[in-house]
Write a protein that binds this ligand. Sequence first.
Ligand SMILES: C[S@@+](CC[C@H](N)C(=O)[O-])C[C@H]1O[C@@H](n2cnc3c(N)ncnc32)[C@H](O)[C@@H]1O
Length: 214
Amino acid sequence: MTMFSAKDYENKVLCGEFLVMTEAIPPGFFDFVFTDPPYNFGVSYECWDDSFPMSHYQELVRSWSERMMRLSLFGCLFLPEERVEYFRAVMGEHSLLIPVINPMLNRHRKYYILFWGAQAPQDDYVQPIKLSRLGEDHDEDHPTPTPFSLVRRILMQWTKPDDLVLDPFAGIGTTGLVAIDLGRRFCLIEVDCSYCRIARKRVKERMLYAQKID
Ligand SMILES: C[S@@+](CC[C@H](N)C(=O)[O-])C[C@H]1O[C@@H](n2cnc3c(N)ncnc32)[C@H](O)[C@@H]1O
């Protein structure tokens, strides 16, 4: 059995499959989860099949969602409209959906943030998240980087300094960079070794920069 040690998951970029990498982590270890999961839209990732039969994808969504909810009482996902119901079916009717309006995203698709957990925003206060620009994104390094300004907005609003934030589908590490900028701790998991290498390099550079300006 794998022994759990908290320091193995703090400010780390871990290369491996999400469910495997988090097996030994106790419930509620993280303060928040933010992620942009695979959508099964047939994107050509280096080493991840993004075109599973839908029944298999649905099983993955169930396992991923159950694990994320076990690891953190509170979190959210960035999703296109076509995938919201798959995740919501597992997260329950108390999960909350906020539209994202960003002119830089695919204009033919609607995007949402889906929250789970008791700390999720209440309906009365919910406004669409409107973004005017993409911020710093490295399109050449990853086919689907998450808009930097969106991740920043989410972590600014729903996490506190020093919180430990998990991104289980971390790509080239956008969530880690935002966490560093905002003084949050992070744990990034990514199955693809080449994206992981890029994420590690970006995170290291950002940490050095943050130390210089402290
Ligand atoms: C939509 S992208 C995330 C992009 C990321 N937010 C960024 O800005 O770079 C989803 C990522 O999940 C990774 N992935 C897919 N299945 C995974 C799994 N089971 N465990 C860990 N990572 C996985 C893919 O390789 C891909 O990089």
